[in-house]
Write a protein that binds this ligand. Sequence first.
Ligand SMILES: NC(=O)c1ccc[n+]([C@@H]2O[C@H](COP(=O)([O-])OP(=O)(O)OC[C@H]3O[C@@H](n4cnc5c(N)ncnc54)[C@H](OP(=O)(O)O)[C@@H]3O)[C@@H](O)[C@H]2O)c1
Length: 242
Amino acid sequence: MTILVLAGTSEAKEICKSLAGLGVDAVASLAGATRAPTPLALPVRVGGFGGEDGFRAYLASAGITAVIDATHPFAARISERTARVCKALHIPYLQVLRPAWVAQDGDDWTEIGDETEAAQIIPKGATVFLGTGRQTLARFAGLEGCRVICRQIDPPTAPFPFEGGEFLIGRPPFPVAREMSLFIALGIEWIVVKNAGGDASATKLTAARRLGIPVLMIARPQMPDAARVANAPEAVAWALSL
Ligand SMILES: NC(=O)c1ccc[n+]([C@@H]2O[C@H](COP(=O)([O-])OP(=O)(O)OC[C@H]3O[C@@H](n4cnc5c(N)ncnc54)[C@H](OP(=O)(O)O)[C@@H]3O)[C@@H](O)[C@H]2O)c1
């Protein structure tokens, strides 16, 4: 039995640690999006598989007998394809999907379907904090005319894709008090986030609530109709049950 863990999240890191500790034969896969990812406890392969054909070839050559998909709640393409291919090949597949964030008292959230809708709500000239990463940055081009600050882990390799934007480099964790100081120092008037869920990155939402800053919350993409758990321990229990 060789389990493939599709990684890129804190849950994946935890799953890798547990499987390694239990001596389960498994390999982790990273897309290669982050230049210096935090180390994983399992052997790691890095980079895309080369589309569906490449993925099928990899499953066969690596002798993969089950897949735990612990990719990000917004990494919809890899999850859709993996679920579909595993079903076709009769390889057990499990998705690890943490619960979405839910607004609580004091939150001022507006849900949007995707990044392009932000410009319909945020007024020109506003100072905006994007906690959405750089990959989808170009989709915020309608925010030109605002001061847009995009936080990302790695230093930029390309200029900001539209006028008025700037990068802010930062690697989590981001404690609430530091997020509040940052938002005050930058004069943030709007925050845009993806509904990623999880405690670690909820600190910016707590900071926004305490400071009364409105949040645009990008709704989650559709995920495959497949076996699913909400956290790492449940995924490890699934692996042990195979
Ligand atoms: N989207 C986000 O907001 C976000 C946030 C934090 C972390 N991440 C992580 O960053 C990675 C890429 O995210 P995305 O939104 O670009 O994904 P995506 O749109 O669903 O997938 C795009 C392509 O990236 C490759 N890929 C994705 N995850 C992979 C993995 N774990 N191992 C090997 N290849 C992988 C695949 O390439 P091939 O077709 O060549 O196989 C896939 O077709 C994911 O692993 C995800 O967990 C994403």
